[in-house]
Write a protein that binds this ligand. Structure first.
Ligand code: NAD
Length: 387
């Protein structure tokens, strides 16, 4: 159980790049990082517009002289201070992640980067090697993975409760962009511009989330080959897709799919994971994240509830309020930021941690999956070996 007590001795001096006023994801980064006294927000280059960024930073109680016009100035100036930043979170549009992460690592900082980590596998692997050389953590905010029931699912599967895994059904299919909302919304506009978004829209933007959840639940499973068909139902989005169906074959003989979409009319979020084994299935839906369905063939369906004593110890360790009270995405992110902080401190002391968190390897894997999907789609939705 997390009681909001300190998890690291000294809060990490932390900054943000992006996540400025009105951004979609900036607030949850700050809320998660600041909740357990693991980080102090002491600096930032919060906005592409320096003035707006400065005003916003002051509003967050960041000292005006540490509200910087851009990340390069921030890394340079902070390096000259005895109390300079130790870690930075990057919450800017996709096209900037590679260069900012690289600069941060070169400046000797730990990094939390938004997904996708970058555009190409080569870039991703370069960042992975750089992080290793610099002995720094790169956390990636696959924000749903901090939900307690994800850990419970992982443990149930590890216990063999499902038997051999046969089918992996994944989807993140919301309906909010069924029409060209990008014409009037800045934060959607860049998502359909390949120069800023990268080689995909929904595959990277939403599909990688349930993919990562499946990797947490099924750490032993590896994709052998896949086939992806992608569409731009709103035609002005081409060449980027607003819907994609990816079929996958795994090396243990299991099969699976990921449905990535923003045109699933009527659906709020539509992120679901269903894992089917030879004996039983589990299912998790992010709109009801406190429950995990456990279905044993021939028995009544069981709905496991967050915070209950029958869960695995490692899942209960993530509990923040006790069973019955709903927890949500903010708690999930806080759990991840707590792990990032502990991993950063351990790494600084040349120690390892005994828990998982979305790290640079997971970031690389997300980029790799998108690259394979795009390669298949561009070959006319043919099966391609996973590279
Ligand atoms: P947004 O357009 O709403 O906000 C982007 C912010 O970054 C703005 O404040 C903008 O001024 C700032 N910015 C842009 N370029 C900058 C630069 N060079 N230096 C400093 N600041 C800069 O975007 P968003 O929806 O918040 O998405 C940001 C990132 O977060 C994207 O990579 C997106 O994929 C990711 N995201 C992740 C999740 C998740 O669940 N993990 C959810 C939403 C978005």
């Amino acid at each position: 159980m997390i009681y909001g007590e300190k998890l690291v001795e000294n809060p990490i001096r932390w900054a943000m790049v992006g996540g400025g006023k009105g951004s979609q994801i900036g607030y949850i980064h700050r809320s998660a990082a600041l909740r357990d006294f693991s980080f102090d927000l002491v600096a930032g280059a919060f906005d592409i517009d320096p003035e707006r960024g400065k005003e916003f930073g002051k509003m967050l109680n960041v000292a005006p002289e540490r509200c910087y016009p851009d990340y390069k100035t921030m890394f340079a100036k902070e390096a000259q201070r005895e109390d300079g930043i130790q870690a930075v979170s990057i919450a800017t549009p996709n096209g900037t992640h590679y260069e900012i992460t690289k600069a941060a690592l070169e400046a000797g900082l730990h990094v939390v980067c938004e997904k996708p980590l970058c555009f190409t596998v080569d870039e991703a692997e370069e960042l992975g090697q750089l992080a290793k050389r610099q002995n720094k953590v790169v956390g990636v905010t696959y924000g749903y993975s901090g939900h307690q029931m994800i850990e419970e699912a992982r443990q149930l599967i590890a216990d063999g409760a499902l038997g051999d895994i046969r089918i992996v059904m994944l989807q993140f299919a919301h309906g909010f962009h069924n029409v060209a909302v990008e014409e009037n919304t800045a934060s959607t506009k860049w998502r359909v511009d390949p120069k800023v978004a990268g080689p995909s829209y929904v595959l990277g933007d939403v599909g990688t989330h349930p993919l990562y959840l499946s990797e947490v639940m099924l750490p032993e499973l590896n994709i052998k080959r896949l086939m992806c068909s992608r569409q731009s139902f709103v035609t002005s989005r081409a060449p980027l897709e607003d819907n994609a169906m990816t079929l996958m074959e795994y090396d243990n003989g299991a099969v699976g799919y990921v449905w990535s979409s923003c045109v699933n009319c009527g659906s709020m979020h539509g992120q679901k994971v269903r894992i089917i084994g030879e004996k039983a299935s589990i299912e998790w839906w992010d709109e009801q994240p406190n429950q995990l369905t456990y279905e044993v063939q021939g028995e009544p369906i069981r709905i496991l509830e967050r915070g209950m004593g029958y869960l695995h110890e490692s899942a209960l360790a993530e509990d923040r309020i006790g069973g019955g009270h709903p927890e949500g995405l903010f708690e999930s992110w806080s759990n991840l930021y707590s792990r990032f902080a502990q991993a950063m401190v351990a790494t600084d002391n040349n120690q390892t941690v005994d828990f998982w968190y979305p790290n640079v390897e997971d970031g690389i894997e997300g980029v790799r999956w998108v690259a394979n999907c795009v390669r298949s789609a561009e070959q006319g939705a043919t099966w391609v070996d996973y590279e």
